[in-house]
Design a protein around this ligand. Structure first.
Ligand SMILES: Cc1ncc(COP(=O)(O)O)c(C=O)c1O
Length: 414
């Protein structure tokens, strides 16, 4: 058994390690009522200190475990995606909290026993249906296992000198060869007027995300045709991952221009992220080159079937997105009542500024209470920024309760 002196040495060492290695955990220990009580002197006995050391060690173990799986502060696109094995409520990931449509699940299930057969090359039935829906010919389409894969391939080909409207999807700065940026500012509610954005000389790829991640607002693309004509040597990529929630798609414009690319996914409004289905609408020569260099059978049979079944029930998807957006607006309204600043969104996620609270410390504290949220890894913004994705009303209610418990240094307003 360790004596009291040895225990105090161990506690001091561990606390010093936490302070240097995990500053947010240290701040949490300072702020939360789980440090040695200030009236600790009378309890400075061996069993109390031994128990305290054990609980401190357990805290560090838990912290290291959860952060190895899904460090919510890491500026890395992987953390934009998987919540790992996190069992609590995930308001982190831009994932649709609603499950796939029943019709999609049934269609996928029906394909399982036929999975000894390949799909038709290039997912032909889905390709036909998508072309029909967008009103373009099939030779403009490239389908692949998720739009991230397509974006990576596009950046490999065209991303030598990228221009980004930031803050943006975490993947882009990571995969761009070099990039310049135009900042969207909180003072303007992250609104962007494309007419005021200069395309830097030598830009090979200009990226617009509509609606934008992480703030969820749409971008007015009325100036885009002029930009396409004025910069014929620059490709303009419009990432429409969230277009099922808001905004006007420009996918049908692609055949008119040699330098317009649109990417889309079934992961968001269509609730099929785990099936991995994405597509791009491209100038036909580029679509042909992308298809030629790709697996001719990019989707698994169940994924292709789930996508087709979901497209046949767009009316249900539209109703669900309205519901999700109402939940989002309600959650944001309740957070504003707690004195937290939120920014306009048309999607199912939004940005919130918890200043003067530190979003990383708060995210960690919420994680301990079973809620996974994302502190925004953007040095251009203050330390209070977090992206919040709606969950169901019941989960949102529990989240608001947890926020209220979380020592927020903000005033309750109305
Ligand atoms: C803006 C944006 N584009 C693309 C993707 C990639 O989606 P997926 O690879 O699931 O199609 C995401 C995922 O979060 C996203 O936020």
């Amino acid at each position: 058994m360790k004596d009291l002196n040895q225990l105090l040495v161990d506690i001091t060492r561990l606390t010093a390690r936490i302070e240097t290695q995990y500053p947010e955990l240290y701040r949490f220990l300072e702020e939360a009522p789980i440090t040695i009580p200030s009236d600790a002197q009378p309890h400075l006995d061996q069993p109390t200190m031994a128990a305290y050391l054990e609980s401190l060690k357990e805290l560090v173990r838990q912290y290291e475990k959860t952060h190895a799986e899904h460090n919510p502060t890491a500026a890395d696109a992987r953390h934009e995606k998987g919540g790992g094995a996190f069992a609590g409520i995930r308001l982190l990931l831009c994932e649709n909290p609603l499950p796939p449509l029943e019709e999609a699940i049934e269609a996928a299930r029906a394909e399982l026993p036929r999975s000894n057969f390949y799909t038709e090359a290039y997912s032909a039935p889905l390709r036909r249906l998508l072309a029909e829906r967008i009103g373009i010919s099939e030779d403009h389409l490239h389908i692949n296992a998720g739009s991230e894969l397509i974006l990576r391939q596009l950046f490999d080909r065209l991303g030598q000198q990228v221009h980004l409207l930031t803050p943006t999807y975490a993947l882009f700065p990571e995969i761009a060869g070099r990039y310049t940026e135009t900042r969207m500012r909180p003072e303007n509610d992250f609104r962007m007027d494309l007419r005021e954005v200069a395309v830097p000389e030598g830009t090979t790829l200009f990226v617009i995300v509509n609606p934008n991640n992480p703030n969820g607002a749409t971008v007015d693309l009325a100036p885009l045709p002029d930009m396409l004509r004025a910069h014929p040597h620059t490709y303009f990529l419009v990432d429409e991952a969230f277009i099922g929630l808001a905004g006007r798609s420009v996918a049908s414009w692609v055949p008119e221009y040699d330098n317009l690319i649109v990417t889309r996914t079934f992961s968001k409004a269509h609730s099929l992220a785990g099936f991995r289905i994405g597509y791009a609408v491209l100038p036909s020569s580029l679509a042909e080159a992308m298809n030629r260099q790709n697996d001719a059978y990019p989707l698994a049979r169940p994924s292709e079937a789930a996508a087709i079944a979901t497209l046949q029930h767009e009316d249900k998807i539209a109703r669900r997105t309205e519901q999700l957006k109402a939940w989002t607006q309600d959650l944001a309204r309740q957070m504003r009542k707690l004195g937290i600043r939120t920014f306009p969104t048309e999607s199912y996620f939004f940005l919130a500024d918890f200043a003067p609270a530190n979003a990383r410390t708060l995210a960690w504290e919420l994680e301990r209470q079973g809620f996974l949220v994302k502190a925004l890894p953007d040095e251009g913004l203050g330390e209070g920024f977090m992206r919040i994705t709606t969950s169901t009303p019941e989960n949102n209610r529990r989240f608001l309760e947890a926020l209220t418990r979380s020592h927020l240094p903000v005033e309750e307003t109305a």
